[in-house]
Design a protein. Sequence first.
Length: 172
Amino acid sequence: WFLGIDPRILIGGAEVFTGPSHQQTQRQAPPARKGAPSDYQGDFVAAVVGSTEDVWSDIFRANGQTYRPPRLRLYSGMTPGGACGMAQSAMGPFYCPPDRRIFLDTAFFREMEQKFRACKGKQCEFAQAYVIAHEVGHHVQNLLGILPRAQQMQQAAGSKAQANNIQVRVEL
């Protein structure tokens, strides 16, 4: 709130997604473009992801490990989500652990500013960077074995409330 951003939008829109949904749509996704970004949004995302790669590479190296960066898929609307099913705008940004891929829906970023009025101008760039870094954080959790352990704990939880508590801790 201090920076003029509603944190509920950021936390609620960024998730770890572990597999395909039971309710998948049969609509065809547009073909994915590959290669270097060719617009401001792509350049911005590439800069943020590049910065996280530098930081996590240094941290992993200092601990005798090698950081393997996540793969990234920018999309708007929908795209094939690999092992996690079809990625759709309603899902917002998410990390797919089996593919080690971050899915960033650029429409979500526009909605943060325009529909939800969660931020304005440069605040939105901060919010977008936060969301991207959050998803990279899930990738780091996956590399360190935290996500698989959390999933095992959720499956063994005695109640939905306990399982949800574990998911909240993963998100935070």
